[in-house]
Write a protein of this length. Sequence first.
Length: 686
Amino acid sequence: MPHSSDAPVQVIGACPHDCPDTCSLVTTVSQGAAIKVQGNTAHPHTGGVLCAKVSKYTERSYHADRVLQPLKRSGPKGSGQFVPVSWDEALADITQRLHAIAQRDPEAILPYSYAGTMGMVQSESMDRRFFHQLGASLLDRTICASAGSEALAHTYGGKLGMRVQFFAESRLILIWGSNSIASNLHFWRYAQEAKRNGAKLICIDPRKSETADKCHEHLQLLPGTDAALALALMHELIVNNWLDEDYISQYTQGWDALKARALQWTPERAAAVCGLAEEQIRSLARDYGTTEHAAIRLNYGMQRVRGGGNAVRAIACLPAMIGAWRHRAGGLLLSSSGVSPFNRPQLHMPQLLGERRPRTLNMSQIGDVLRHPGDAEFGPRVEAVVVYNSNPVAVAPESAKVAKGFAREDLFTVVLEHFLTDTADHADYVLPATTQLEHWDIHGSYGHTDVLLNRPAIAPEGQARSNGQIFRDLAAHMARLDPAFAAPHFSESDEALCRAAVAYTAIDFEELLERGFANIPLPDAPFAEGHFATPSGKCEFDNPRLAQLGINTLPDYLPNYEPPTAEFPLAMISPPARNFLNSTFANVASLQRMEERPLLELHPDDAAARGIADGDTLRVFNARGEHICHAAINGRARPGVVVGLGIWWRKQGLNGTNVNELTHQQLTDIGRAPCFYDCAVQVQRA
């Protein structure tokens, strides 16, 4: 229960945000108000340390602009004009309209959600039951990680890898496609410990990030060329015999085929593709092939291009080639979420669909989905969208199309939110949701191997309700129209759902109540003797099942959809600004002040060729649209590449746009994911 006693108390919780660290939080509560949020010193991974974003969480929970009562649209879509209404009025109208649409075709209803909270209860429990009972369209949740996740599954059998704490014992760490200081702070602490003990740190990233500044070396390759670099590393490992032949023969599949492909990728060939010096590739291969306890911290930035899935597969093959998996301080970590024990079928209850098999719509193509008229091939036109834990008008690619789709007057839109975001501005109803300090939830992690419990520290502000409660309330109102929604599984509390998530697993819920976290029992070196989760039990260099998907069974290099051209000669990537996490913190005043304004980083040569000085107002454009922002000539961009730091809300932009005005909706080779970093633009002074 939330705490309201006079004496300050501390409540253990968990950070809800889309970050590998999943920190254990301690919220200090005095007289019913949260006065401080800190890292839990008792949780070894958190170690009492939080990022700058979450350490200011009370500023977000008590923000003056927070939505604290249900709102009904009173002006044009996108205007952000609303009037307050009661919960009963909002719920009754919403359920009546959804029921009417479902009577015609339930697939005309689409839930849209992602990782605004990573908790199992507030992101994928009662909501899934509600939409399964309704028979709504399913959502392919691809917008962040599915290219890399599926590629890893095709190689290791799941989202599995090193235990993060053992990076502290590594002798060589490749930080590949990750600005760890900004987005994986607690891994960075382990990397720093290794560095103090003599380890070499090498950053591989198109941007000279804050992490690159602190590494011994930086390979600043061109966007989308990671697979070419990985194949060239394989080439050097082979020709120099820096291989563990015994590990390869016992615990891998498809070595001869991969070897033949890798031998085509000389350092000379890869250097020309990657925009690197040959010696940089040879030196990296030498370090990797001759250092025991070599580890790779791979992150999702490098898979947001056409060939992103193939690139992850190629990099994931490297540790098996040198036998790095024999040691707990060797191997690779992209995601550890495959070890999470959660009982998702119990939470989701897919059996509520019965014999129905609704279509699946890709969230990364929501701009085209909402503008499609509907036909026999595509299915019915989407008539209603329920958005929660996401802000698609700001974060989805080709956002001009997304905004036009949500502006449809015939589209009924419900948004569960804390603030009037770009998406909420287009809603017919905005329902006030609780923040992490106000509800129960349970969390896994994709960067470590603990389970965390979040207990509510304070009562909900205003009339806010948890996502779980909102979907329970929607089900109760829908039961007046459809008795199937009166079933007991639509009334389980959030705490009961937390318990259900770990029922019949190795996690003891009583331990979670007492400590706030529990360790998942795992071996220190998961693949020391093979035991990969693939059907063969081996690291699958060559996966024949990929042929059934029309995908090359071996990892390969695929060039970007949008290579630079004479018309649009600059490659653009759009990683998150250091003090934002997607669009979640873009309206927090203290973090806004740190970021100052929307920026585009340029190399001095590219700026000089266009008469651009630091701080100038810029027009960044391509065939899809234009974005107005400010120039940052700060030494972080390489020639031919610009960096649009995101993600600001569109309405915070100088011309009502953000960088996603320029991105496209084409999908990755594996995982059907967006290609945010596969984008060509031109830049002018505005």
